[in-house]
Design a protein around this ligand. Structure first.
Ligand code: DGY
Length: 327
């Protein structure tokens, strides 16, 4: 195999070793930072394939620059950074990394939920600032999680894994999705109901977003929805930033429409709304959903397995635009 691939950012070495063992030549962008657009456009020229990440917008301009590449392996389950329709029109395969990051992302959403409920970031800052002078009955009170109501928006792979973890807290689950998930309902040991979004917002103590970013989910949580939530409710977003209207969320947190928020993703990532970082009642993480050594390695394996299959003439295992595959 003599294919030549460009990898737009360093990924775990075992995945690169697998690519090498398959006889595929590759170059990795040398800096550990988001690749500048002009460098990306230059580097993809003449390559047979590209392993890209979610910080790059892969659009017609990139496809033009990548004059030979017929496969872009996106190192993420979400592929809203790729113009898939344009790729399909040009006969370019797009692949993603589903499945392997489900548990890590669900765990991270729970980390945000627990941290928000128990004010972990605020308390950590307080202690490090040397302000802790002794235990106090009224010090840093948070909220119970056990036996409360969890609202899950989107019962896909990650939404379900997130909701399953609520059983350990004997929580009632309210969820929305395109249709009821009877399998989850049968397996969940406590009360669970498929409801309309408005009911979920009104009745949940914790609301967590697990839908992909689509035109229909852009600003799914905006002023109207935040105003429906209870003043003690907590919003978690570990899916994609633009699903939540950040300006409306700032208002909600400042004016006490909701109690707090836990965010892993942002509307204009990597930029964060300047007021969010000044608010104590939110926990802010730098897009860490899948950030474990094991998960990021598995994501790398899937991305390179797609490339290897493609260059062997086989259908890439996680092709997101199967219409393009003619063999
Ligand atoms: C994804 O894969 O879509 C995540 O956001 C990054 O792990």
């Amino acid at each position: 195999m003599t294919a030549n691939v460009f990898v737009t950012r360093m990924i775990p070495q075992p995945a690169l070793d697998r690519l090498k063992a398959a006889g595929i030549q590759f170059d990795v962008y040398s800096e550990d930072q988001v690749i500048p657009r002009d460098v990306l456009l230059k580097e993809v020229k003449g390559r047979d394939g590209v392993l890209c990440i979610l910080t790059e917008t892969i659009d017609a301009e990139v496809f033009d620059a990548a004059d030979k590449a017929k496969i872009f392996a996106n190192y993420a389950v979400g592929f809203n950074n790729v113009d898939v329709a344009e790729a399909t029109r040009r006969g370019v395969c797009i692949t993603n990394t589903p499945g392997v990051l489900t548990d890590a992302t669900a765990d991270l959403a729970w980390t945000l939920l627990m941290s928000s409920a128990r004010r972990v970031a605020e308390c950590d800052g307080y202690l490090r600032a040397g302000k802790y002078t002794g235990w106090g009955p009224m010090l840093w009170l948070g909220q119970d999680v056990s036996e409360r109501t969890l609202g899950v928006i989107g019962m896909g792979r990650i939404g379900r894994a997130f909701a399953e973890r609520a059983a350990a807290f004997r929580m009632k689950v309210l969820y929305t999705d395109a249709q009821p998930n009877k399998d989850f309902e049968a397996a969940y040991p406590y009360e669970v109901r498929f409801v309309e979004m408005d009911e979920l917002l009104r009745k949940s103590d914790f609301v967590s977003v697990h839908v992909p970013l689509l035109d229909s989910t852009h600003h799914l949580i905006s002023e109207r929805e935040l105003k429906m939530m209870q003043p003690h409710a907590i919003l978690i977003n570990s899916a994609r930033g633009p699903i939540v209207d950040e300006a409306a969320l700032v208002k909600a947190l400042k004016e006490g429409w909701i109690w707090s928020a836990g965010l892993d993703v942002y509307e204009e990532e990597p930029a964060v709304h300047p007021e969010l970082v000044t608010l104590p009642n939110c926990v802010l993480l730098p897009h860490l959903g899948s950030a474990t050594i094991e998960t990021r390695t598995r994501m790398g394996y899937i991305a390179v397995d797609n490339l290897i299959a493609f260059f062997k003439g086989e259908k890439p295992p996680t092709l997101v635009n199967p219409d393009v595959w003619k063999g």
